[in-house]
Design a protein around this ligand. Structure first.
Ligand code: PEP
Ligand code: MG
Length: 590
């Protein structure tokens, strides 16, 4: 058994499908001699598709971001069409009978190795390597069997995808394949692979170091996403025991989902708002099926991360309208682009690796420096808001990683300018409610001076916790510190929630802790009444809410706030949860 970080609950007994970073199965067999012609043709088709993609990217990025950024894709096109690259790959397919994906992978390994004795601090070499890697990732995505579902991997049983880490585009693409569970070597509870696994209700374990060395495609494997366990080739007894857990888990989940049409209230009938975090329109359907009452966080960066080029205003508007049409109550809070940190796109300056990406150029900071890109998104959001209000729904907009009052003033100026543009262009639109995400401790400290400028606050606890605890949310080595139930976090959250309530500013929490039963109890006790979470967690939180009174939750919070260590808070809340709703413990992450 290997232990990792439990990131998405549930148990699956399945078959491993091991993929490298760029979607190459780790153990691909050699082709038969008569298969090489078809493989060459497959490679050439992928090459043509990537060429079209790159051309569109170059044009759109040049228009929306700038010439310098657009030029990156001219470099990528040059690499794609470089005869020495193409010949090298073709030769590997024809002479060595490698699959196209394996040939690309081998090329990348060899290319990287050829630079290994040169200074890795040489930024030209680093960038060149990153460019080659980007082109290969693009080609590989087109060749991937997982991406092309009709040509799915020929292995039996529920598919357990095992990878180092999934790129956002890969993780989203996996949603279309029949993936039963995910295991990654890196990542953490708040990395995008984990977030996507949870929004799909797929059990997942992250941070299992070197698992790709022990596990091979076709091996039987058990994934316990609640405990963070991965069991390789289980014996008959273990297999039987976990199959029973698997059945119980799915039964409980289905049973809970039956409360989808019931209102969310506490035991003493205090109304609550249980909203969904979504990444795309598919997630809105999960939000409806699970009984959320609206979308509290639409992470729009996935639009950019998964779009073959940059989504323009009309494309964004169409997606937002689709999301609004399919969301519960047609109520959607759209977050502007939150790129940087662990989510990067080459055309936004992320080729120059920052040494501290989470503390660096991300989110609103980056949007300010790409005003054309930013206002394009604002226009699309405001037009979507106009559409929503016409059909009886509502769109709100919120800005990630706000740190200072000056930033909020700047945002408001941009909204005013964008409004004037839309009036001039005679586009139907509406100025939505404007909110800030509270994820930086400096903003939490100054919350009283920020509130007058915003209509609502949404606490991004994933980031707030990492910044407060100075512990990277994606680094398994410091995950013991990056804890939402740490006493320091509880103290800060309760103070922010108190100030918002005093000032009458609506406040929601949309970090992952909102969907965790233990954390829910304590947040409810702080006076929070609006929670946004992965859709899969809505039914269990609705059930838990119905079993607890506001006074009970208040008393739980007061007792928790007297504890001085995270371990004691966890232990105490675990015991309380077991007392109130013992069956929900199965949905908790260890
Ligand atoms: C957060 O930081 O809590 C949040 C909701 O945003 P993200 O996880 O996308 O950074
Ligand atoms: Mg965040």
């Amino acid at each position: 058994m290997r232990k990792g970080i439990a990131v998405s609950p549930g148990v699956v007994v399945g078959t491993a499908y091991c993929i490298q970073e760029i979607f190459v199965p780790t153990d691909t067999p050699r082709l038969n001699a008569d298969e090489t012609v078809a493989e060459v043709a497959k490679f050439e088709v992928a090459q043509q598709k990537v060429a079209t993609e790159l051309r569109a990217l170059r044009e759109k990025v040049t228009l929306q971001v700038g010439c310098k950024e657009g030029a990156i894709f001219a470099t990528h096109e040059a690499i794609l069409n470089d005869p020495s690259f193409t010949n090298n790959v073709l030769e590997r397919i024809q002479r060595q009978r490698s699959s196209a994906q394996a040939a690309l992978h081998a090329f990348l390994m060899e290319y990287t190795a050829s630079f290994s004795n040169k200074s890795s601090h040489d930024s030209f070499i680093r960038e060149r390597l990153a460019d080659v890697r980007d082109v290969i990732v693009r080609l590989s995505a087109h060749l991937s069997k997982i991406l092309n579902c009709e040509d799915g991997p020929a292995i039996e049983g529920p598919l357990v995808v095992v990878a180092d880490e999934l790129l956002p585009s890969q993780a989203v693409a996996l949603g279309n394949a029949d993936v039963a569970a995910i295991v990654t070597q890196t990542g953490s509870r708040t990395s995008h692979a984990a977030i996507i696994a949870r929004s799909r209700g797929i059990p997942a374990v992250c941070g299992v170091a070197n698992i790709l060395k022990q596990l091979h495609t076709g091996d039987a494997v058990v994934v316990d996403g609640s405990q963070g366990h991965v069991i390789i080739s289980p014996d008959a007894e273990t297999d039987k025991a976990y199959r029973k857990l698997e059945r119980e888990f799915f039964l409980l989940r289905d049973e809970l989902a039956e409360n989808r049409d019931q209102p969310a209230t506490t035991k003493d009938n205090a109304p609550l708002s249980l909203l969904a975090n979504i990444n795309n329109v598919d997630d809105t359907r999960a939000a409806v099926a699970m009984g959320a009452s609206g979308v509290g966080l639409f992470r729009t960066e996935y639009l950019y991360l998964t779009h073959p080029s940059v989504p323009d205003e009309e494309e964004q508007l169409a997606i937002y309208r689709d999301v609004i049409d399919n969301s519960p109550n047609r109520s959607v809070t759209i977050r502007t682009l939150d790129i940087g940190g662990d989510k990067t796109v080459p055309y936004l300056g992320h080729r120059h690796q920052e040494s501290n990406p989470f503390m660096g150029w991300r989110s609103i900071r980056l949007s300010f420096e790409h005003p054309e890109l930013f206002t394009t998104q604002l226009r699309a959001i405001m037009r979507a808001a106009g559409y929503a209000s016409e059909i009886g729904g509502e769109v709100s907009v919120m800005f990630p990683m706000v740190t200072t009052l000056e930033e909020l003033h700047r945002v408001k100026r941009m909204v005013r300018r964008t409004t004037a543009e839309l009036v001039e262009r005679q586009h139907q639109h509406k100025v939505p409610r404007i909110g800030m995400m509270l994820e930086v401790p400096a903003a939490a400290v100054m919350i009283d001076s920020l509130l007058p400028v915003v209509d609502f606050v949404s606490i991004g606890s994933n980031d707030l916790v990492q910044y407060l605890m100075a512990a990277d949310r994606d680094n398994p080595k410091v995950s013991h510190l990056c804890q939402p139930l740490a006493p320091a976090v509880l103290r800060l959250l309760s103070s922010v929630i108190r100030v918002c309530r005093q000032e009458g500013t609506p406040v929601t929490l949309c970090g992952e802790m909102a969907g965790q039963p233990r954390a829910f109890l304590v947040l409810l006790g702080m006076g929070l009444t609006s929670f946004s979470m992965s859709p899969a967690f809505v039914p269990s939180i609705k059930r838990l809410a119905s079993l607890v009174t506001v006074d009970q939750a208040r008393s739980i919070f007061h007792r928790a706030s007297e504890l001085r260590t995270t371990t004691n808070v966890n232990r105490f809340l675990h015991a309380e949860l077991n007392r109130i709703a013992p069956d929900l413990a199965a949905l908790e992450l260890a």
